[in-house]
Design a protein around this ligand. Structure first.
Ligand SMILES: *Cc1c(COP(=O)(O)O)cnc(C)c1O
Length: 285
């Protein structure tokens, strides 16, 4: 994976080095961490001889975008169960998904809450036939294992940072890296359920390594943003030519830079930020 060092006066003053792992470049459409989560799931679907992938997401979901793209590229039918009502014209995410051949099925927000419920999933199988179910965000064990490929265990860093939605990527990275490397996750969502979820995911594969979650940089919650965050993303692109988006990676990078300014990281530290992707057509620079 391409790793770029990012230079800034602030980092010099604080005596730390910041590197960005460009996992966003892994594929133009099956973007960032969604590639790593989907690949083992697609392999499993093939093994089970299933030709149709069914998954879930909101109307702006990176995961829906990536799954539709993967279906087209690797020859699977795809069905996206979308939270909320259909609105026309389709937004760029859903338009792309439909162009890739994904069948979009809209369900109400209350129904959508059943997405992990056994009866509900059983009903989906009856409706759509012999399907391979990928959970929302690709957040299953295969997805976590796929995310282990995002970093090398030979990484020579004191800190590795990533954005968190479900925490699946962080769990994979934590599982992969030795305990002496500190892992910090930046939650894109309000609420503090992540530690427990990640601890459970790690316990599943017999791991209990430590990690830290910051809830200080969600900017009001999932998909919420402020002018300050938008300015930061613009400035970061101008200075470093690395595109960030306001849902996940912008918040993470804002958090990292803020913590560097505050002297959070030990002097002489090397910090690796994982660039987990973002939807290109929506945030075209
Ligand atoms: C989906 C996504 C995440 C969240 O990953 P989790 O494994 O759910 O924590 C982070 N960054 C980007 C760019 C994403 O698309």
């Amino acid at each position: 994976m391409l790793i770029e060092q990012v230079f800034s006066q602030i980092f010099l003053e604080q005596n730390v080095k910041l590197y960005v792992s460009r996992n966003d470049l892994v594929h133009p459409f099956i973007q960032g961490n969604k590639w790593y989560k989907l690949m083992p799931n697609l392999a499993q679907a093939r093994l089970e001889q299933k030709n149709t992938l069914v998954t879930f997401g909101g109307a702006f979901s990176n995961h829906i975008f990536a799954t539709a793209s993967a279906g087209k590229e690797f020859g699977f039918q795809t069905i996206g169960i979308i939270r909320g009502e259909k609105t026309l014209p389709l937004n760029p995410v859903l338009a792309h998904a439909q162009n890739c051949g994904m069948k979009l099925v809209y369900i109400s927000r209350s129904e959508y809450r059943n997405k992990k419920n056994e009866d509900f999933l059983e009903k989906l199988k009856q409706n759509f036939g012999d399907i391979y179910l990928v959970p929302e965000g690709g957040a299953n064990e295969l997805g976590m294992k796929g995310c282990m490929q995002m970093v090398s265990e030979l990484a020579d860093y004191q800190y590795v940072c990533c954005a968190c939605g479900t925490g699946t990527m962080l769990a994979g990275i934590r599982a992969k890296l030795p305990e002496n490397i500190k892992i910090i996750g930046f939650s894109a969502l309000k609420g503090n359920f992540l530690e427990q979820e990640i601890t459970n995911k790690l316990a599943h594969i017999n791991q209990d390594k430590k990690f830290t979650i910051s809830y200080d940089y969600h900017f009001g919650g999932y998909a919420k943003k402020t002018i300050i965050l938008e300015h930061f993303i613009e400035q970061f692109y101008t200075a470093h030519h690395i595109p960030l988006e306001p849902i996940y990676t912008g918040k993470m990078m804002f958090g990292i830079v803020d913590l560097i300014k505050k002297g959070f990281f030990a002097a002489e530290s090397k910090i690796l930020a994982i660039h987990s992707g973002g939807i290109k057509p929506l945030y075209n620079f």
